[in-house]
Design a protein around this ligand. Structure first.
Ligand code: NDP
Length: 337
């Protein structure tokens, strides 16, 4: 059983020293437990938070413990009611080949499911995040302008496509021409602006001539600075993630613009609301699963995976995710040993 444990808490960007590969015997499941073999490991931005012991909504991974992560796995042996060898499940094996589980928090996947790994993306946590943040907090109306960054990732791509289905003008923000071409040509966004362009803020203003009514916040930093002046009176801002800040070791240089921000919130009567998907909206999961299942079956939703083979690739793939090197949902595929 190969596994990555947290070797040290990173300062700034994670490095090769952050995670350590270990080889240990495959665990033997005791009575009332089952043995799961990981087939797909999801890489997600929140994992950077788990590497840190700064106060957060979830406990950090302990130094020396297996790195956490959502997985699609095969049941190898089982003494848990409802699970038998060969079943495929959504589980939280973490960054390792095998895990033992008592079945709590483990969900059976439909054996007819065409793409099991999608349970880690558009049909799972990131897709649900997009749907709930947009519909519950963003509450876009037809004809409004919706803006979202990280536009080709699993959250942003889903936000923009749902907003199009709701009749909105959708402006994406992504890193590079190829991602922007995908957002417009494949995902159906009206516009997509490259946040690395020198005149990014000007291009964004042109792409949203009527201002922005819903800004789905995935990244923060310089992108938010460009969006803020474009927000309309009554704008809604689901605050989902701030990935541009996850490796930051201190606040940015001044001047302090907090009172300017609050002044805008006041004068434009805006709503900014943060959310943690399962803690805030877990009860809505069945409604999401039904809606998304229907859209996918009808061919109204596109999904792109960025699949990388081999557990040993996971640390570099994760560092690259925080840099924007992924193009679509980043998943590690782990073949049978
Ligand atoms: P993505 O697959 O979209 O990966 C992150 C992307 O962020 C990168 O590909 C890159 O895209 C973009 N990015 C990274 N650094 C910067 C930067 N400095 N400026 C602008 N963009 C940057 O991730 P997900 O779709 O999985 O997640 C998107 C966001 O949603 C994250 O912030 C995540 O933490 C958050 N999230 C929050 C949840 C919640 O419950 N609140 C649940 C799930 C996710 P590009 O190259 O296009 O810039």
């Amino acid at each position: 059983n190969r596994r990555f444990v947290l070797a040290e808490r990173p300062q700034g960007e994670p490095t090769a020293a952050t995670l350590r590969l270990e080889a240990v015997p495959v665990p033997a499941p005791e009575k009332g437990k089952m043995l799961l073999r990981t087939e797909y490991l999801s890489l997600d931005p929140y994992m950077r938070g788990r590497m840190s012991d700064a106060p957060s909504y979830a406990a950090p991974v302990a130094v020396g413990a297996v790195m956490e992560g959502g997985t699609v796995a095969q049941v190898v042996a089982s003494d848990v009611d409802g699970f038998k060898p060969g079943d495929r499940v959504l589980s939280y094996n973490g960054w390792q080949d095998y895990a033992v589980s008592d079945g709590v928090g483990v969900t059976l996947l439909d054996p007819q499911m065409a793409h099991r790994s999608w349970a880690l993306g558009i049909l799972g946590m990131p897709g649900f995040t997009a749907w709930a943040g947009l519909t519950q907090i963003g509450q876009p109306k037809p004809g409004e302008t919706v803006c979202v960054a990280a536009a080709t990732g699993p959250v942003g791509a889903t936000v923009g496509q749902i907003a199009k289905l709701m009749g909105c003008h959708v402006v994406g923000i992504a890193g590079g021409a190829e991602k922007c071409a995908h957002a417009v040509g494949r995902l159906g966004f009206d516009q997509c602006i490259d946040h690395r362009s020198a005149d990014f803020a000007d291009q964004l203003a042109v792409a949203a001539p009527k201002g922005i009514d819903v800004y789905f916040e995935n990244v923060g930093g310089a992108v938010f600075d460009a969006v803020l002046p474009l927000l309309n009176t009554g704008a809604r801002v689901p605050v989902c993630g701030l990935i541009s800040q996850y490796n930051a070791t201190r606040l940015p240089d001044g001047p302090d613009r907090l009172s300017m921000l609050l002044g805008q919130v006041l004068r434009k009567r805006m709503t900014l609301r943060g959310f943690i998907i399962f803690q805030d909206f877990g009860h809505l999961y069945p409604a999401f699963a039904k809606a998304m299942g229907d859209w996918l079956a009808a061919g109204r939703m596109h999904y792109r995976e960025d699949m990388i083979d081999g557990l040993e690739q996971a640390p570099d793939a994760f560092i690259g995710l925080l840099r924007g090197e992924n193009f679509g949902k980043r998943v590690i595929r782990i073949g049978p040993a």
